[in-house]
Design a protein around this ligand. Structure first.
Ligand code: UDX
Ligand code: UDX
Ligand code: ADP
Length: 463
């Protein structure tokens, strides 16, 4: 019979590890991280990540069955089951640079598990990893383990989306568990399934082979991103023809074979997963000598780059082909609404474009702080801040950011942008006053009535 899991350890207290473990009921969970500031924040009233509903869930469970600690070894030693949810960023140098996942953090965590464990464990990979990573983890664990300790490795990818993480976790479309089809693999799979069955219906817990599970995560993200690149490619045709991308997407999505979700044209997708996972898939395809497959998926990322560039160009072109010295307000910095996360945010590329044209930009985002924006603008210190400092100002409200701006550019679809006092904003802008809606979220007619010239992604008729 499967081992009953009594204590869980989660290595990595980030966007995945934190929320995922906070929703687990009835079982003691300790989330550990090497980053002390992060753990201190999880133990405070000011959590390190912004996610609607997260504060309540953490407050409820913390100190009861949920603990945050920097004592990695102790938590590993005590646990029956260990989630590994460390970061797996795209490699910046060496073989596969720019494509392959950097598995260094994952391997260090795996080694730690092998070295510290004095009893058998179920080790679960949560971080998105290339196909067959579990193999490498098993080799490391087996080569370093103490006598009598055995390790079962499961793949249990996380499908939560930021901004809706808590809702996604309480009510997932599915939970996916991959294991080796051996007796002990299947038994470990049963143990983890029993953890989820505390709140997820049985028929939503899918159990598959280890490699299928690893590949499904990459596949799901690649196909979601592909939908956005498809709709964004169509948005360019709409702008050139006078068709309207919202109407097209609605009509297409009514076909039940396509479905209505995830068809919103935009300035391009961002976030820590889509680009990383596709590049990962490209790298995997190339390693497997499947260049046609690699080329196919690479095009999804290329279309996304094109969309971001195209939008930035459109701003320059509309402002009579120069933005030098002009003030441009950017509304939104996060990669989507309801998160403070800025990883791969399209706003960053667009800002860089504006700065290279020597525009002066003002930035406002309700959840992203000034420090983070500077880290993004300087690529974490790789680009000097001094030369761009005079051209960047970060504001505490949308109204302040828009004051005196020749163009207002919406990069993130924060709800509050819909209900701004647009009349007042208009009164404080030089003429002609432009709004560029990169998220198709504003009431175009209303803004036009006020006097703005509105340019929206995927709509042909400019007024
Ligand atoms: C994604 C997957 O949705 C999730 O299942 C996986 O676990 C992690 O990656 P996330 O990146 O948090 O989640 O957010 P998501 O809602 O998927 O948005 C990704 C990007 O696509 C955002 O920049 C968003 O603005 C953009 N997007 C999304 C669109 O441009 N149009 C859409 O219709 C949907
Ligand atoms: C298609 C559209 O479905 C229909 O809406 C449009 O009006 C005309 O074009 P049709 O070509 O008749 O219809 O058949 P469809 O069922 O779409 O199949 C097209 C091809 O795709 C077939 O060769 C089919 O075998 C293949 N296919 C379909 C797959 O390989 N996999 C699938 O999951 C679905
Ligand atoms: P994700 O979005 O995948 O959750 P994050 O970067 O938000 O990624 O979180 C990953 C966390 O994992 C970071 O807080 C990092 O400090 C932590 N981490 C990385 N390696 C280790 C390790 N060996 N032991 C403990 N924590 C680690």
């Amino acid at each position: 019979a499967p081992v009953v899991v009594k204590k869980i350890c989660c290595i990595g207290a980030g966007y995945v590890g934190g929320p995922t473990c906070a929703v687990i009921p009835n079982i003691q969970v300790t989330i550990v991280d090497l980053n002390k500031a992060r753990i201190d924040a999880w133990n405070s009233d000011n959590l390190p990540i912004y996610e609607p509903g997260l504060d309540e869930v953490v407050k409820e469970a913390r100190g009861r069955n949920l603990f945050f600690s920097t004592d990695v070894d102790k938590a590993i030693e005590e646990a029956d089951l260990i989630f590994v949810s460390v970061n797996t960023p795209t490699k910046k140098s060496g073989i596969g640079a720019g494509f392959a996942a950097d598995l260094n953090y994952l391997q260090l965590a795996t080694r730690r598990i092998a070295e510290v464990s004095t009893s058998s464990k179920i080790v679960v990979e949560k971080s998105t990893v290339p196909c067959r990573t579990a193999d490498a983890m098993r080799t490391i664990l087996e080569a370093n383990s103490k006598p009598g300790c055995t390790f079962d490795i499961l793949s249990n990818p996380e499908f939560l989306a930021e901004g809706t993480a808590i809702a996604d976790l309480f009510n997932p479309d599915r939970v996916l568990i991959g294991s080796l089809q051996t007796e002990s693999g299947l038994s470990a799979c049963g143990s983890l399934a029993a953890v989820y069955s505390n709140w997820v219906k049985k028929d939503q817990i899918l159990t598959v082979g280890l490699w299928s599970s690893e590949l499904s995560k990459l596949a799901a993200n690649a196909m979601l991103a592909q939908r956005i690149s498809s709709v964004n490619a169509l948005s360019a045709i709409c702008e050139a023809t006078g068709a309207n991308i919202d109407e097209v997407a609605y009509a297409v999505g009514k076909d039940t074979r396509v479905g209505p979700k995830f068809l919103k044209a935009s300035v391009g997708f961002g976030g820590s997963c889509f680009q990383k996972d596709i590049l990962n898939l490209v790298y995997l395809s190339e390693s497997l000598h499947l260049p046609h497959v690699a080329k196919y998926w690479r095009a999804v990322v290329e279309m996304n780059e094109y969309q971001k560039d195209r939008f930035a160009h459109k701003v320059v072109e509309t402002l009579f082909n120069t933005i030098t010295g002009k003030k441009i307000a950017m509304l939104g910095w996060a990669f989507k609404k309801d998160t403070g996360d800025t990883r791969e945010s399209p706003a960053i590329s667009i800002a860089n474009h504006f700065l290279s044209e020597k525009a002066r930009i003002t930035i406002y985002d309700p959840q992203v702080g000034e420090d983070q924006i500077w880290l993004d603008l300087t690529d974490y210190g790789a680009i000097p801040a001094e030369p761009i400092k005079p051209n960047v100002s970060i504001q505490k409200s949308a109204e302040d950011a828009c004051k005196g701006a020749e163009a207002i550019v919406v990069c993130t679809e924060w709800d509050e942008f819909k209900t701004l006092d647009w009349e007042k904003i208009y009164a404080n802008c030089p003429r002609p006053a432009f709004v560029f809606d990169g998220r198709l979220m504003l009431d175009r007619k209303k803004l036009q009535k006020i006097g703005f010239t509105v340019v929206t992604i995927g709509t042909g008729d400019r007024v």
